[in-house]
Design a protein around this ligand. Structure first.
Ligand SMILES: [Zn+2]
Length: 327
């Protein structure tokens, strides 16, 4: 966001790459906007008066925003392959960008794969690096955060104090209701994520009785919309969760895992995935399989960074301003 000192790159529909809608879910293409943009790693969301804003971003509007929050994702601390031999450094750079925002975010969310192998030292390093932002951080686990010998107990011991079940929870801020979901347990190789009956039951109770005008922000690691089923980039029972949220006037779904920005607006729901702070992954269909994408070292930071995003209410398009660690 230029107003917050970032180099800006406004993403227009003309420079977004289309993702094929081959999910077979019967979406009306004319009502469904799908696009993919190629820059940025963290996200800064701004809500005006508790309502996600669709207006173009500028200094005047930034000054009237009631609060913003930052999203980072997929820091993969512990990863050491050529795609990024030292993700500690790039996470640190992303945190420094957030710390330097003139309009201080109210908090951060981390949408999972904090670590690469769920090791205590990886969690410790991540905590230390992210702690430099001096912001409250709301986490959800990625599948890389629950591969300790006790299937996620290490994550829960560290971050799950106030959560339910395997780590899901909700909180309110500035008139908006935030819901952190967990969809990374019991994954089958190449399979999609799942929420499970227990979590869906909790979600139904969590939103019951809330006014339809309450802005809802959902965050989870694996996308809650089907981006590439052959790569497991979706959540098999996400439709049941989204159905529980369908009556709300503004629902924003924030995910990670795919290490690139993809977005979709469908009715009152806006879906968005964040870039990684560690390394890129190929676009769906651009490689035989998902995984770390090796780019020339001098280009890596142009795939990582921060994005400022304002979200549309209703059917308006997303307005996205991305900035990279290279900028
Ligand atoms: Zn992941």
């Amino acid at each position: 966001m230029q107003a917050e000192g970032f180099p800006r790159r406004e993403t227009t529909m003309s420079d977004k790459r289309k993702i094929h809608d081959d999910s077979g879910q019967g979406l009306n293409r004319r009502q469904t906007l799908e696009c993919m943009a190629w820059a940025g790693a963290g996200l800064v969301w701004t809500l005006n008066g508790g309502v996600p804003s669709a207006k173009l971003i500028g200094a005047a509007e930034a000054a009237t925003a009631s609060f913003s929050f930052a999203q980072i994702s997929d820091s993969h601390i512990g990863f050491n392959k050529p795609a990024n031999p030292n993700p500690n450094v790039t996470l640190s750079e992303a945190i420094a960008r957030i710390g330097g925002l003139p309009n201080k975010p109210a908090f951060m969310i981390h949408t999972g794969d904090i670590t690469h192998l769920s090791k205590p030292k990886e969690f410790d390093d991540a905590d230390q690096l992210i702690g430099a932002a001096k912001l409250d951080v709301h986490y959800v686990p990625g599948e890389h955060d629950v591969i300790d010998e006790n299937n996620g107990e290490a994550y829960l011991a560290r971050y799950g104090r106030l959560s339910q079940g395997k780590g899901w929870y909700s909180f309110d801020h500035g008139g908006a209701h935030f819901i952190g979901l967990v969809n990374v347990h019991d994954l089958k190789a190449g399979g999609m994520g799942n929420l499970g009956a227990e979590q869906l039951t909790w979600l139904a109770a969590d939103v019951e009785g809330k006014s339809a005008s309450t802005p809802i922000v959902v965050f989870a690691h694996l996308p809650l919309w089907t981006i590439a089923p052959e790569w497991g980039w979706g959540t098999q029972d996400s439709a049941q969760a989204l159905k529980l949220l369908a009556r709300f006037g503004s629902v924003t779904v924030l995910n990670g895992h795919i290490h690139q920005i993809a977005q979709k607006i469908e009715g009152n729901m806006t879906f968005h995935t964040a870039r990684s702070t560690a390394f890129p992954q190929p676009a769906p269909g651009a490689a035989p399989a998902p995984g770390p994408q090796l780019v020339p070292a001098e280009q890596l930071r142009s795939y990582l960074g921060l994005s400022s995003v304002r979200i549309a209410r209703g059917k308006g398009p997303l307005a996205i301003v991305d900035s990279t660690l290279a900028g």
